[in-house]
Design a protein around this ligand. Sequence first.
Ligand SMILES: Cc1ncc(COP(=O)(O)O)c(C=O)c1O
Length: 366
Amino acid sequence: MKPSSLSSAPARPSHGGNLAWAAALAGCSPTEILDFSASINPLGAPASVWQTLQASLADLRHYPDPSYLTLRQALSQYHDLPIEWILPGNGSAELLTWVSRELAALPQVFLPTPAFGDYFRALKAFNATIVPQLLPDLGKPILPPLAAPGCQNSAKPQAGCLINNPHNPTGCLFPIDTLRPLLDRFALVVVDEAFMDFLSPTDQQSLVTAVVDYPNLVILRSLTKFYSLPGLRLGYAIAHPDRLQRWQSWRDPWSVNSLAAAAAIACIQDHRFQQITWNWLPPARSQLFDGIAGFEPLQPYAGQANFLLVRCQTAVSQLQQDLLMRHRVLIRDCLSFPELGETYFRVAVRTETENQRLLDGLADVF
Ligand SMILES: Cc1ncc(COP(=O)(O)O)c(C=O)c1O
């Protein structure tokens, strides 16, 4: 039987960041491992968030406000959208579950692949009919046609689609112009923008501003990656108020805890941290890209997010194990993406010194 995440022994992870598994394999403490497997901002969490968390501890004595008014006001200001169009969630993963319930009610859900594994978890939970659509070129931001024969010409759109922009695991950023036509072709378009914050405002290709014109559009955003708070669970959806009210009626009234709600406000108001991250990423990503490209067996793909997908001439499991045992460096194998299989890995972009530690490890292993 496949070990589930509830079994007691650490199982091979299907998500990045499973340090318990890596530490058990390497025979060391999780704190000794430099984690390139989870695509989390290495500069965070922001100091302003730690201060807010400290100051908010007393709030734990009360239930959170189920309408999350203060948080939604802050998010509404941040996106310049009316407050009714925003719903916070326990990570974007929670909101993915609710949107999957709606996607599953449609006859088909088109999904560009390789795709983030949690999409399958959420869609399968509601018995959705998933139609995987292979990306035509992993290295280029080109969407697959996203339509079964005849579907494109249908007078009334029936199917749904779930897109991730920038895309995990390739890092491709799909231009807005390639996404907009989907809004007329699909009954429900979900764009998971979990990594969009990593692009500076002038480089982002977000569909957030289209939401008010398209009731069939849902945007999912995550605060856990950019602000380095994956354990706190913070995300939000931007969509038509009727849809969000429906989700609110389905879920438990307090899915976002008080500390997460307070931290989220501090996050989005920390413009200094945002700017520092935008300054850090492009040169650090180039350093990592160039360093990896320098190894003959490795071919990195030029992504726009805070991680790089890399193709290896041989199976990655030995490389992953060598890096872990000899250098305490964890990379993300891509075994959980069936379309990629054993010759790909993904690495987060970290600080220049940390990136160098990975490059030194690779030099040693090769
Ligand atoms: C593409 C994508 N979307 C969503 C998530 C979930 O993010 P959150 O921590 O907000 O639930 C992840 C996490 O790895 C992800 O890779």
